[in-house]
Ligand binder design. Structure first.
Ligand SMILES: [Zn+2]
Ligand SMILES: [Zn+2]
Length: 384
């Protein structure tokens, strides 16, 4: 403490209570005195008011703490030497005031004389489902969602028509209160629990919104979704969220994009992958085949000797880049299919072909029914 202990006035006198006053009486008296020397309210010298306020804060710090009060009662100012106390003489008015805001009920010191800051409405979220075709071309979607609008009856002030809100008694109209442990060094400013930060109290609530000043409405807007958008991206639509303290202070709407799986194409960024089965003769001899793309069928040439798993590129047949880069490609993965069934003629031709290759192949395989017939009706498979 900057002042000499002996210069100090009696704390009970400073606050204006009897030595026998209860904690509640002390708090009440302190609050009344402190508000008198609030620089916004004080009529006289501001410096003088601030000095008084500091004196009050110090007195209250002692008398509101049972242990410090007991020491003070027994030993006077000397009894508080070495006891952890705030040095109010070096603190600004705002700091002191905010320390005790739970008593004044107001975070006002931080915005002295001001109204609570106008609040912005909440952001809202919605999801839009797209197909890959939507992504390829870009699409406009109608999105329906529920949001808060100003109540039409009370125009948002929450009061019965003809009445007006008054200043919140808990926070004094500031919209914030501070929670602080009196001797503690830490305190947190929080939204006033009584008025939810609006700084107002409503005596006659509007019947249509129950005093909230807001009503929930279904709302629909058209959202232009750019081509090339990716699954998991969000589109921010500014000013379509919940209403705030005014229409100008709406939150935003975030539209989360979900892109469904496609039956044929797998997406890899802006490239697409298509698995295309071809016959082993097409693979060996080459072919012109028709493949699907997102913009209709297209003919591609399979070169003779293509291997299963090889990739062909159809340039620029992928997706547009949402950031304005180059359009992706369509990659065609060739899957060579081995015929599971051959006609007699096909088998003859292939066996002949196998001989030219000089590769060992299995002899002609009997069908399962042939084997059963052999087993039952004699022949090679006859049981002894
Ligand atoms: Zn209303
Ligand atoms: Zn309040």
């Amino acid at each position: 403490m900057a002042q000499m202990a002996s210069d100090k006035r009696d704390y009970y006198e400073v606050i204006g209570v009897q030595r026998t006053a209860t904690a509640v009486e002390i708090k009440k008296a302190y609050r009344a005195r402190a508000l008198e020397c609030h620089p916004d309210r004080a009529k006289g010298d501001k410096k003088e008011a601030e000095a008084q306020f500091k004196e009050l804060a110090e007195a209250y710090e002692v008398l509101s703490d049972a242990d410090k009060r007991a020491r003070y009662d027994r030993f006077g100012h000397e009894g508080l030497r070495g006891v952890g106390m705030h040095d109010f003489s070096h603190m600004g008015f705002d700091d002191i005031f905010s320390m005790f805001e739970d008593i004044f009920g107001g975070g006002g010191a931080r915005r002295r004389g001001g109204q609570p800051r106008a609040r912005r409405g909440y952001d809202l979220e919605t999801t839009v489902e797209l197909t890959l075709e939507d992504v390829a071309a870009g699409v406009t979607k109608d999105i329906e969602f529920t949001r808060l609008d100003l109540c039409e009856t009370c125009k948002g002030n929450g009061c019965k028509p003809g009445s007006k809100p008054s200043a919140c008694r808990t926070c004094g109209g500031y919209g914030q209160v501070a929670r602080s442990s009196f001797g503690g060094m830490f305190q947190a400013v929080t939204t006033c629990p009584a008025c939810g930060g609006a700084g107002k109290s409503i005596d006659a609530p509007c019947a249509d919104c129950g005093g909230r000043g807001r009503q929930s409405h279904d709302h629909a807007i058209s959202v232009k979704i750019p081509a090339g958008v990716e699954d998991g991206m969000s589109i921010r639509i500014a000013g379509e969220g919940d209403v705030g303290d005014s229409e100008m202070l709406r939150g935003d709407l975030f539209c989360h994009v979900r892109v469904g799986e496609h039956d044929l194409f797998q997406r890899h960024g802006s490239d697409l992958l298509l698995e295309m089965p071809i016959s082993f003769t097409q693979a060996a001899l080459g072919a012109k085949i028709e493949i699907p793309t997102l913009s209709g069928p297209e003919t591609v040439t399979i070169k003779p000797g293509v291997q299963s798993g090889e990739l062909l590129q159809v340039s620029r047949a992928g997706l547009p880049d949402v950031r304005g880069g180059k359009r992706g490609h369509l990659m065609v993965r060739v899957i060579v299919e081995t015929p599971a069934k051959l006609t007699r003629r096909q088998e003859e031709l292939l066996r002949e072909f196998a001989q030219t290759e000089d590769k060992a192949v299995l002899p002609h395989r009997k069908g399962f029914l042939d084997k059963i017939r052999d087993y039952l009706g004699g022949g090679d498979g006859k049981k002894e």
